[in-house]
Design a protein around this ligand. Structure first.
Ligand code: XMP
Length: 486
């Protein structure tokens, strides 16, 4: 047994000391950062892989604002793949694997596919996936009673304007306009359908936007995976659906099975971007990076809904955990980005996390009250609120088991819930409107923070950072005080 000769500090224990600044305007700073070696983001913010925080709607809004959402893993592989596909289809001037129907199908099949996926048109193909025609909602609406099959109602291929795979967004825009059509099927030299370009997507693809997009202009998205048997199949399905980043998310990531899983993922999917965690020490960060992780997630117990530290007695205050992880990687000469996960209550906390060595931050509760978070708002004591729950809370455990069994959460169950040892709580947070508004405030605070730090970039901020430990009086002085808030 030993006691470390080191004080564990967290965000409220310190302030950053202002530095002489070359920044004249907050507009002149650069908030971009690396999530992994290959994925850059315009803003250093991720939404947490929690079932009350990130599904497709949140991930879309996060990527549109220049950050990234990580879809949680407490759903079936099929459901998670569907969530990823929703994000990948939300934007991007070319949709891969567009919805299709075969020419001989009854027109009711076409109607059903359109309704199921909420699209206004389908590409008609033959058995070899070659373009045969196009059918739209309008064709179905106007088809006389005698028209029974898709082939009879569709516009045949000879009259469909199609393009090759190398078409640019500007060429597609010109063709859509010239021919006054809504959609352009993308076909290869042999006539095989490989994609679809829609006028809506082309109109939305703004080259000056700061959205997080892949090389096809589609929004970027992350998805969480676990270490259990079957997770390699989940990974394969997620990659197939176009996921940009996989987040191997284990409560205690500095563990043999997590290191082994990172190695296994690296071996099976050499090109995948893999985030691994969570850890809170030099050794934890270094070992996951050496195993092949492309970014390390740091945080044991700092989260607003976490009770790990109370239940187990383990954890490292978050600022120290970030500094230690960064030192561990630097000592080993590993340039692997760090994600500071949990405990961010304000833009100031985010600036401190970045200054301490994180490249991005992951946020849960602060986003759980947003419109885009899963679940509807409810009224509690006359105020509009939303529910947030720790992924190791009793409610989340019950929800997971109910989903696995395909039963209602509230239904009577044989399970002995007294045997569950939760490490998280369920709570409510104020309804906060759209996440874009919160992100605007967070990024505004970061821009201002960079200017106080004499920094044009996040890397400058880290180089210049000098923390000062403060007392309880300093903490009190830091908030608004001795006034009655309106
Ligand atoms: P914030 O403070 O942003 O933290 O809400 C979000 C992070 O908290 C972690 N998390 C948990 N940790 N028990 C824990 O000890 C839990 O039940 C739990 N649920 C989420 C997770 O890392 C998340 O990103």
């Amino acid at each position: 047994m030993r006691i470390r000769a080191q004080k564990g500090l967290t965000f409220d224990d310190v302030l950053l000391v202002p530095k002489r600044s070359p920044v004249a305007s907050r507009r002149d700073v650069d908030t971009s950062t690396c999530l992994t070696g290959k994925v850059r983001l315009h803003i250093p913010i991720l939404s947490a892989n929690m079932d009350t925080v990130t599904e497709a709607a949140m991930a879309i809004a996060m990527a549109q604002a220049g950050g990234l959402g990580v879809i949680h893993r407490f759903m079936s592989v099929e459901q998670q793949v569907r969530q990823v596909r929703k994000v990948k289809r939300a934007q991007g001037f070319m949709v891969e694997n567009p919805y299709t129907v075969v020419a001989e199908a009854p027109i009711d099949d076409a109607r059903q596919i359109m309704e199921q996926h909420g699209v206004g048109g389908l590409i008609v193909i033959d058995g070899a996936n070659r373009l045969v025609g196009m059918i739209t909602r309008r064709d179905l609406l106007l088809a006389p009673p005698g028209v029974l099959t898709v082939r009879e109602a569709m516009t045949p291929a000879e009259r469909v304007v199609s393009v090759g795979p190398s078409v640019s967004s500007e060429q597609a825009r010109a063709l859509l306009y010239e021919h006054r059509v809504e959609k352009l099927p993308v076909v290869d030299k042999g006539g095989t359908v490989i994609g679809l370009i829609t006028s809506r997507d082309v109109a939305k693809s703004d080259p000056h936007s700061h959205a997080s997009v892949d090389d096809k202009g589609r929004l970027r998205v992350g998805a969480a995976i676990g270490v259990n048997h079957g997770e390699l199949d989940r990974t394969e399905a997620l990659l197939e659906a176009g996921v940009d980043v996989l987040v191997l998310d284990i409560a205690h990531g500095h563990a043999d099975h997590c290191v082994a899983m990172v190695k296994s993922l690296r071996r099976h999917f050499p090109d995948a971007q893999i985030v691994a965690g969570n850890v809170a020490t030099r050794e934890g960060a270094r070992e996951l990076a050496e195993a092949g992780a492309d970014a390390i997630k740091v945080g044991i117990g700092p989260g607003s809904i976490c009770t790990t530290r109370i239940v187990t007695g383990f954890g490292v205050p978050q600022l120290t955990a970030i500094m230690d992880a960064a030192a561990g990687l630097a000592e080993a000469g590993l340039e692997v980005p760090i994600i500071a996960d949990g405990g961010i209550k304000s833009s100031g906390d985010m600036v401190k996390a970045l200054a301490a060595g994180a490249d991005t931050v992951m946020i849960g509760s602060l986003f759980a009250g947003c419109e885009e978070a899963p679940g509807a708002p409810v009224i509690r004591d006359g105020r509009k609120v939303k529910v947030v729950r720790g992924m190791a809370s009793l409610g989340a455990a019950m929800g997971r088991r109910a989903t696995e069994k395909g039963m209602d959460e509230s239904a009577e169950d044989q399970e002995d819930w007294d045997k569950v040892v939760p490490e998280g709580v369920e709570a409510v947070v104020p309804y906060r409107g759209h996440v874009a508004e919160i992100l605007y405030q967070l990024v505004g605070g970061l821009r201002s923070g960079l200017s106080y730090g004499g920094a044009c970039t996040i890397k400058d901020l880290q180089r210049n950072a000098e923390f000062i430990e403060i007392t309880a009086a300093g903490v009190r002085e830091s908030g608004s005080h001795d006034v009655r808030k309106l």
